[in-house]
Design a protein around this ligand. Sequence first.
Ligand code: SF4
Ligand code: SF4
Length: 353
Amino acid sequence: MTATSPDTLTIITTYQCNAACTDCCFECGPTVRGRLSLAAMRRHIDAAVAAFPGLRLVVFSGGECFLLKHDLFAAIAHARSVGLRTRCVTNGFWGKTPTQCRQTVRQLVRAGIDEINISTGHDHQHWVPVQRVIRAAQTLVARGIFTLVTVEMDTPDSHCLQQLAGDPDIGRLLRRPALFRLQCNSWMPFREAGRMRRMLNDKSALHRGCSQLFHNVTLTPRLELAACCGLTMEHIPEMKLGPASTAASMATRYYGQLEDFLKIWIHVDGPSTIITRLFGDAAREDLRDVVHICQACAILHQHPEIRARLQRRYREFVPDVMSRFYLRHHIDSGSVPATGAPVQANPDQERSL
Ligand code: SF4
Ligand code: SF4
């Protein structure tokens, strides 16, 4: 991000999905209706380009963005035609047969896609067999498309990451690090029915600032702009910036965040550090089971006692936080993440092999 612009537009194309993972953050599923039209995606891409001079990347996510079929490929081609890099996040269901897989990848190549992220793991594999993910990854890499496979943190008795890492086809892909990466991501509990996950070995990343805020703007299927596409975004009303369909309204929504001290503080220090600074050692209990930065963010926004203390005490942190915010952006000014390098939603939460 430059001091004046996000570098990424994330388009949540639909909340519909062929899968219905128990702990899906957006509660997606086959019966969920509603999606963005091709016209709306094109219009918002153009508006974002006009509003944000530092914009470099469009991420198409969901739900399952490949359910949009030809409209997805047309939207990718449109983003490329206005000079942006493109990435899709998918569960890889379209890797069902070699023919279907090749056809899909051929259309991606024709559209000019730069990168595909495939999510898999314990919940995902209930809906999408891992063989489809492997086939999709092989076909993408064979056509020179950078592919990142992200595996949910395993349950105590599942071994999806280990099994993938030990697969001979994945082993061959891992020998091409310029085109393929495999990584593990925290998996947050949203429902009681969800399975417990293994704990992170290293929780230090949970105490860093949020790299999504100010770097990213998100368009939802309801044509609203959001501050992030974090896993709990739909559970934190403050992350919704409001409807925005023109360059002027997008800019107003985005730059309005500079009036919101809490967003700046989350960006600089992260939600866990904020809670700890407000409550000291007493925060340990609230944060004990937190496995993801967005989970801490939900606690920060939803816990009545934390909200009350924030209201009472935020002013004492303003000089320190604002000076670090402006210093960092002064240093970053003019620099954007290296295009071509994968930029993750919450890279601090991930572990690559
Ligand atoms: S594949 Fe992704 S979007 Fe679909 S239900 Fe699972 S977590 Fe949600
Ligand atoms: S921590 Fe997560 S929910 Fe909070 S602002 Fe960052 S990405 Fe969004």
